[in-house]
Design a protein around this ligand. Structure first.
Ligand SMILES: Cc1cc2nc3c(=O)[nH]c(=O)nc-3n(C[C@H](O)[C@H](O)[C@H](O)COP(=O)(O)O)c2cc1C
Ligand SMILES: CCCCCCC(=O)C(=O)O
Length: 354
């Protein structure tokens, strides 16, 4: 049993093929946005309240299509079978056991039907959301949506920060372009006309999203929002939630850290729909800062991959339990009983006179 995320990360680094490690760890360009995601949390401090009678705490959180035991979601990440042979099945079981929400990537190496079934075998009420990129061929998009519905997914997450794929210099240097023999993007195999590649496009507009809105009754969330004006458009377009994210620093390297982009977006959305956040969350204190600044839940990308690569399902369970326990501990130290009691005045710039 490794007792820290850093320990699991190091174990993962030792176990992974270095090329696959770089795919998971790397970011776009000079990896400034990647580094800033973590650094930005370091520039913030928590100013706790005292004598609040918060010996009993409740981390339960309501999200679109989900009643979660914790305000934590597993961010969608590709290719889990590169990390461990059980791949997304292990991630699904561990996430369901933790009572967190799983967002399964359309670039998963296990099809969404099997992923959702693995989660439900652990907890029949487990919440699994399906993430997709709009595809140039609307028939493919519709097919993916129908698969997610048939799998029992309780929401769809549309990633909108990838009109083109980010320049990942580590992958270019390593010549990593394809999955090794025996692994596939499982959701892209059973499609009209046969298997397809994931197709990104800069041609999409809010009108395409309106068509998707008309296609399904599932709650829809947009992932990859950093500008308050887009957050407002999302509210007006009838979206059910947004995820503030710079895609783990893998798309626009000049993008701000998610946590820096969060406050003006929360202010613009003004409670009309939930605002979630991912990017650089490595500690319970990071999670509490994000919740205090108005996020309804926080997402973990790479930490889950490190747990998976280090020890399969048990490693993912450890990661989620570490963050849950730290979150609860920091909540207690801040004088709060529930995430909703955390308020922005608790967060101050580190080094300020407060
Ligand atoms: C290896 C890897 C693969 C990813 N794949 C996807 C994906 O398929 N879809 C998506 O929307 N985001 C994807 N992301 C971005 C994550 O969902 C998330 O925004 C990011 O990892 C959060 O930052 P963190 O890794 O610092 O926690 C990926 C990130 C990584 C590291
Ligand atoms: C063309 C394959 C797309 C995989 C998408 C994975 C992803 O979003 C990432 O950041 O990597």
């Amino acid at each position: 049993m490794i007792d820290s995320l850093a320990g699991l990360h190091e174990r993962a680094r030792q176990r992974l093929d270095p090329v696959h490690y770089d795919f998971f760890a790397g970011g776009a360009g000079a990896e400034v946005a990647l580094a800033e995601n973590e650094r930005a949390f370091g520039r913030l401090a928590l100013r706790p309240r005292v004598l609040r009678g918060n010996d009993i705490r409740d981390l339960r959180t309501t999200l679109p299509g989900a009643r979660a035991a914790v305000p934590i979601f597993v961010s969608p990440t590709a290719f889990h079978r590169l990390a461990h042979p059980d791949g997304e099945l292990a991630t699904a079981r561990a996430t369901a056991a933790a009572g967190a929400v799983l967002i399964s990537s359309m670039a998963a190496t296990v099809a969404i039907g099997e992923v959702a079934a693995a989660a439900r075998a652990v907890d029949p009420a487990a919440a699994v959301w399906f993430q997709l990129y709009l595809q140039r061929d609307p028939a493919v998009t519709e097919h993916l949506v129908r698969h997610a519905e048939a799998a029992g997914c309780s929401a769809l997450v549309i990633t909108v920060d990838s009109p083109v794929f980010g320049h990942r210099e580590r992958d270019q240097h390593n010549g990593f372009h394809d999955l090794p023999a025996g692994l596939t993007t499982a959701n892209m195999q059973d499609l009209p006309g046969g298997p397809r590649e994931i197709d990104m496009s800069a041609a999409f507009t809010w009108a395409h999203l309106a068509r998707l809105r008309a296609l399904t009754r599932l709650p829809l969330l947009l992932k990859g929002i950093l500008h308050p004006a887009d957050a407002r458009l999302a509210v007006e377009a009838g979206l059910d939630g947004i995820i503030v994210s710079n895609h783990g620093g893998r798309q626009l390297d000049a993008a701000p850290a998610g946590i820096e982009a969060l406050p003006p977006i929360v202010s613009t959305v003004d409670g009309e729909i939930p605002v979630l956040l991912d990017g650089g969350v490595r500690r319970g204190s990071d999670a509490v800062i994000a919740l205090a600044l108005g996020a309804t839940a926080i997402g973990l990308g790479r930490p889950v991959l490190w747990g998976l690569a280090a020890a399969g399902e048990s490693g993912v369970r450890q990661v989620l339990e570490l963050i849950r326990a730290e979150l609860d501990h920091v909540l207690t130290l801040c004088g709060a009983s529930r995430p909703a009691e955390l308020t922005p005045d608790l967060v101050v710039p580190r080094g300020c006179r407060c």
